[in-house]
Design a protein. Structure first.
Length: 204
């Protein structure tokens, strides 16, 4: 749940970062300068606030008795992000599409703040550094290499049309968010047991 589930959510964001600019250029006719300045500003605002908010939300849930908060917050965020991942490539208006990406990016970066912090919570102190390093290796391998590659695969091999990159983003990002949320759901109860709070299972 921790290594693979969070890595799949990371892959969704890396897919967006790699192909959303191309989507606006190919589908909506934006220039590289236009999409670079607009998307860069959006990433700065929504991405940064999402990472920071992830830690705050996890702490807020933890204070209310949810010992699984560091997985619960990313799971809920991924589920809430799904409709935006489906809608933004489908709307015909470039402005509407760009507006839908804002909450998608905010929700999609919440796991980066809350999720990684769960590793030191469950790992023995002598293994924390190694386990965080292993997680980052897996997340970068699946995320930076796998996520964008799947978008390209859908575009070239399935749709066979460069202009279909939006549908490829829909399929890839949607599938990664759903799969990542599903794995995190499976990890909630084991995390609670590991943290010694099996009585909180009823909160699910």
């Amino acid at each position: 749940a921790i290594f693979t589930g969070l890595s799949l959510l990371a892959a969704a964001q890396f897919s967006m970062g790699a192909w959303v600019p191309t989507f606006f250029i190919r589908v909506h006719g934006w220039t590289q300068a236009e999409v670079g300045s607009a998307y860069g500003l959006l990433f700065l605002l929504c991405g940064t606030s999402g990472v920071i908010s992830g830690g705050w939300i996890a702490n807020w849930l933890h204070a209310r008795g949810y010992r699984d908060a560091n997985l619960r917050a990313p799971m809920v965020a991924a589920i809430l992000a799904l409709p935006f991942a489906v809608l933004f490539p489908l709307v015909t208006s470039a402005a509407a599409s760009f507006a839908l990406i804002a909450p998608l990016m905010f929700l999609g970066t919440i796991p980066f703040g809350a999720g990684t912090a769960v590793i030191p919570m469950v790992a023995p102190s002598q293994f924390r550094a190694q386990l965080v390093a292993i997680y980052l290796l897996i997340a970068n391998f699946l995320g930076q290499a796998g996520g964008p590659w799947f978008v390209a695969l859908w575009t070239d091999k399935v749709f066979g049309d460069p202009a279909a990159v939006g549908y490829s983003l829909l399929m890839t990002v949607g599938a990664l968010l759903a799969a990542g949320a599903g794995l995190l759901l499976l990890g909630l109860a084991p995390l609670r047991r590991l943290l010694g709070n099996e009585s909180s299972d009823a909160r699910l």
